[in-house]
Design a protein around this ligand. Structure first.
Ligand code: BMA
Length: 368
């Protein structure tokens, strides 16, 4: 944070992340934003991850469905830690770089997650570019000492330091044409109350988890000086939060600006509604009490098996809470969570688009 002298008064200059938080607060007065993971990279019927294929540049399933871009776009940096050229979903990092900056420059908001490989079990040189779910991926939970192994004194400490460095090197390149760092909602160590990632609930102690969070945050903010990252803490849909349980791994009010959760309907509609309502009631109360922003950091119904799900199930619940945004997960041909013009759910998505309180790019681009 910079302090500039102005006459006798000290005037505080907001960091880029603080400016983003202010913008999110302003935008929230108009409703909540629609977000989509990997929106400009590929869709249900197309793959634009090949840089040479210029016909696919700027393409986006949400755009094709409603004529507007999502307000928020999400990107994942899994694979950057080993210097891969493509992320775990086969998206070239050069492309992530370009699309992320392009979305910021068109007035949108960007969020970044990270599925780093398992530092203890990954092969010495890592997997192939774009490869995932081998042994050694973020989902490799065969060993419960991984987090301990990368903390100071652990056997993989040096290795993980170099992984953080590679992450930092990539983040460093995310600048506008005039050299300004892009404001980013940064969302590491997500879904940590589940046990499917090596940083999950049963894979480390509360203290180890907090040390992991702090090590990455202190490295990026203190050592590397990133002041454009708005830190987001996003566990998974739980259904049974109590303040005591939530606090066990919450990194702390001084370390988090936005809280939210990843909430998919994997089971019945009834269970989903009940759990999401319970969680958002708890999280919104916590956010209000602690001065935090609130979001559905990931959500969706896989392959839209119910074509009215957005306006019938999701929206009525979201309408009750002061959310900044909801981010539908990626549209991949085998696994899609967003709309596409030829799908039955396109009609429902248009209704979502037309609702007054849902914000897409055109409704936020002028509000800086
Ligand atoms: C998961 C799935 C995977 C993907 C990962 C990271 O939820 O969509 O296919 O690799 O997210 O994007």
């Amino acid at each position: 944070m910079m302090m500039a002298a102005c006459g006798t008064k000290e005037v505080k200059e907001n960091t880029i992340a603080e400016q983003l938080a202010d913008r999110l607060l302003t935008l929230r007065q108009n409703g909540y934003m629609m977000g989509h993971q990997d929106a400009p990279m590929y869709g249900v019927t197309w793959d634009g991850t090949y840089r040479g294929d210029s016909a696919e540049l700027g393409k986006c399933d949400v755009l094709a469905t409603v004529g507007d871009y999502p307000a928020v776009m999400g990107f994942d940096l899994g694979g950057i830690e080993l210097g891969d050229t493509k992320n775990l979903d086969s998206v070239p990092f050069t492309r992530i770089h370009d699309e992320l900056i392009a979305h910021h420059e068109r007035g949108g908001i960007v969020t970044v997650s990270w599925h780093p490989r398992n530092p203890l079990t990954t092969a010495p040189l890592g997997g192939l570019d774009g490869q995932k779910f081998p042994e050694g991926s973020a989902w490799d939970v065969t060993d419960t000492t991984v987090v301990a192994s990368i903390l100071p004194g652990g056997s993989q400490f040096e290795k993980f330091q170099s992984w953080m460095q590679k992450l930092g090197d990539f983040l460093q390149t995310l600048k506008t044409k005039d050299g300004q760092p892009v404001p980013i909602i940064f969302r590491p160590w997500h879904e940590n109350n589940g046990s499917w990632f090596w940083w999950g609930q049963k894979l480390c102690t509360d203290d180890e988890f907090r040390s992991l969070w702090n090590m990455l945050q202190d490295y990026l903010t203190k050592e590397r000086g990133f002041s454009n990252l708005l830190w987001s803490y996003s566990p998974n849909l739980d259904g049974k939060w109590t303040e005591e349980r939530f606090m066990q791994r919450y990194p702390g009010n001084d370390r988090v600006t936005l809280i939210g959760e990843d909430a998919y309907q994997w089971g019945t509609e009834e269970d989903f509604k009940r759990d999401l309502t319970a969680d958002l009631t708890f999280l919104s109360g916590f956010a209000e009490k602690n001065g935090k922003l609130l979001a559905m950091t990931e959500c969706g119904l896989k392959n839209m098996t119910d074509s009215t799900w957005w306006t019938r199930v999701l929206k009525p619940i979201m309408d009750q809470y002061p959310l900044s945004y909801f981010l539908l997960w990626r549209n991949y041909k085998e696994e899609y969570f967003g709309p596409s013009p030829e799908l039955p759910c396109a009609a429902d998505f248009k209704k979502l688009y037309e609702a007054e309180n849902t914000l897409f790019l055109k409704e936020i681009e002028k509000i800086k």
